[in-house]
Design a protein around this ligand. Sequence first.
Ligand code: SF4
Ligand code: MSK
Length: 637
Amino acid sequence: MDKEKLSRMSADPAVQAMIPKAKEEGVETIWDRLEKQQPTCGFGDLGVCCRNCMQGPCRIDPFKQGAQRGVCGADADTIVARNLIRAIAGGTAAHSGHAKHLAHILYKSAKGELKDYPVKDVDKLNAVASRLGVDLEGKSVQEIALEVGRLALEEFSEKDGPNLWAATNVTQGRVDTYLKLGVVPGGIDSAISDIMHRTHYGCDADPINLMLAGVKCALADFAGCHMGTDLSDILFGTPQPVVSEANMGVLKEKAVNIALHGHNPALSDIIVQVSREMQEEAKAAGAEKGINLVGICCTGNEVLMRHGVPSATHSISQEMAVLTGVLDAIVVDYQCILPSLANLQECYHTRLITTMPNTKISGAEHMEISEENAKDCAKDIIRAGIEAYGKRNPNKISIPEEKSEVVAGFSTEAIIGALKAVDSEDPLKPLIDNIVNGNIQGVCLFAGCNNARVPQDFNFVTVAKELAKNNVLILATGCGAGSLARHGLMTSQATLDYAGDGLKAVLTAVGEAAGLKGPLPLILHMGSCVDNSRAVDVAVAVANKLGVDLDKLPVVASAPEATAEKAISIGTWSVAGGLPTHVGVIPPVMGSALVVDVLTDKIKGLLGGYFIVETDPYKAAEKLLEAIKERRKGLGL
Ligand code: SF4
Ligand code: MSK
């Protein structure tokens, strides 16, 4: 396969090494399937196809030659807005489903029903409880955990008053703005079901009203993300800086390789814990190097952040890890798992193990986790991997050498901890001083997935390098963080190689003060998709200290290769949080000039944030830098 074609699929050399192997072995990949989908449906691309009732599907002619209304009379603006907010509801359901799962675990654990899930971070529990208004005085850890678990579960259903997680984790200025617009969510599930109701046949047909409901639901998504982060930290520990590696070179020929894939640490963290006790079992089965756990997607991020488990790959290249021929099992929870992994089992010995009742895949084996006996379930799953080790086909083994060092674990607490090494009394001061003096021009949060329509990682790496050169401090989460890690941008060396002089000076001063013997990494890995909430915490702390609202800060966000509905909900709450937010793929909204105008312009007057849609990564970087400059100007900097 020629080099140019390969680079149109992925910029990751490890993935480029695997794609020809797939061809040789007759294995279909995500890029083959993308090709077979061409040309994609223009109506779908523009968002003007409606399937909300059985009189349809109805399609609006974007060239104004044919139908301008669906059978019921809905026009393009209504259809596009309805489709958009249904996607937000989908993203919110996924993030908050993840949080709800953890809330049940915390609650049951506090009642003494789950022995394998003790509270690991009491400080975080107390901090979250205090923020929620729980009186800690005289209460045991268990009592506080019970109250936090109960409050968390209450935040899902219909309730009077604002959602606690949405309202207590932003500035007062944001809350006031949301109240004025009527977009403060109550129960998270209520916000989702409201979208499903109002987009049902014959309900809301006002595109602005629909989009405001979308903003409200996106803020419920923020609540779910923040809750997911909080409860994970309470149950599994708040991440601290950790050194590890990323890319397929982390797979080991002489070890039982088990990939942890999906999103939730509820099972994967337990697997990490018990794998330590099972090394001898793997060695007895012939694997000299024991068990080698690796991560894929956000479950991978969770165990990387807390335990330094290396990441094998992310998002659209998950099939490639199987193609190495040494991946013995992929253990999945939920979200972002390609069903095609099951088909790969026909050609490879890799066992695909589903573990959650809401994510079964035809052809995979299902080993459902019982939280009452989580450790025993985790052991059974690891044993399945050990068993598969003996079934490898030696002729199919080929592990790409590529791997990069990665320094991860930058929770908000870890960042504040590093800044404390510079100023123990006032940790935010060095950050703010350097923003004011221009050493740091602004901050960008990279988030979201890879997308098979974009050469994998190319947009992430290009935009990040352009911003770093211009002294923008970069934070990253999700598969975006994975992408930047695989390309070696989460190291001290990357800071020396790519940071502008001002940024380099700051990262070096903080890194050395924190005892790292060198600069902080060029890009700070903040965790999984739900952990975008960590970046909000940092921004809110800075805004509160400066006495301004979030929409005044020189802070931007970018999802240059967005894919999932979750990326749409996160992008929307990022805009609602006041941030200029870049999307590097064209979302399915272009069929409505009105919706596009609201998202990219009018919404700025309401919320301060707005979407920047730009597929060219160089132009995207310019636009983000422009937005940062405008914010600095607004602050008189
Ligand atoms: Fe067509 Fe209206 Fe039914 Fe949508 S809701 S499919 S536009 S008739
Ligand atoms: S896993 S939502 S592909 S970032 Fe969070 Fe990656 Fe996107 Fe899934």
